[in-house]
Design a protein around this ligand. Structure first.
Ligand code: CU
Length: 220
């Protein structure tokens, strides 16, 4: 249903669309912002405001079960107002053609009881660890130019923040279920799974390094 204008304070989350995924920012989790992309966590039974922007072409945000769609446009801020009455996982999509991988630019809106939501957000505050396992070192070498592994930091922005990627229900903009082995498979086959995606070519990275990276990301 569409949320009313009056009454309860809305829950706000900022979502920036780009080819072909979404950056998600919660402005205040224990006093500072949290970055955790492609999955949008919200409270059930309370009005939600999704603040939409775009980084490149025009995208849009549409959660068919919950209401209408709204465009995401670079340099402009649009606010999508929704409410999920019940806890649940609601599939969303991009409803404005935005290039080759438009059809694989999905996301999930996960509505939770307020206490569960607060706990889930706190759990996602994963910061850069001290020292380095093999996986951490290999990540630094091959992945860190595009991906952050600090849930408190947005940059770099070329790819999704991976600090708490293990907690996401889906990988790759809602496309793959985050089952055991899927993250590793994505690293190997990303140009077959989502041809044309902007992850570049990883074929120079040794299998053993990819194993170590995947294991490390799933464990932290
Ligand atoms: Cu799009």
């Amino acid at each position: 249903m569409l949320a009313r204008d009056v009454g309860e304070e809305p829950f706000r989350v900022e979502v920036t669309a780009r080819q072909w995924w979404r950056a998600v920012r919660y402005s205040d989790v224990e006093g500072t912002p949290l970055f955790d992309d492609n999955e949008i966590l919200v409270p059930a039974g309370r009005p939600i405001e999704i603040v939409l922007e775009a980084e490149d072409v025009i995208h849009s945000c549409w959660v068919p079960c919950l209401g209408g769609k709204l465009d995401a446009i670079a340099g402009k801020t649009n606010v999508l107002r929704l409410e999920a009455d019940q806890p649940g996982i609601y599939r969303g999509m991009c409803a404005e053609f935005c290039g080759a991988k438009h059809a694989r630019m999905g996301f999930h809106l996960v509505a939770m009881a307020e206490d569960d939501l607060q706990q889930a957000l706190r759990e996602r505050v994963v910061t850069v660890p001290e020292g380095g396992a093999d996986g951490a070192r290999a990540f630094e070498r091959h992945c860190a130019s595009c991906h952050s592994i600090d849930g408190r930091a947005q940059t770099p922005q070329a790819g999704p923040n991976l600090a708490a990627v293990r907690l996401r229900r889906h990988l790759v903009a809602g496309w793959l279920r985050n089952d055991p082995g899927e993250l590793r498979r994505w690293l190997e086959e990303h140009q077959t799974i989502k041809p044309g995606n902007h992850m570049g070519n990883l074929s120079h990275v040794e299998d053993a390094e990819l194993d170590a990276i995947a294991e490390w990301l799933e464990g932290r």
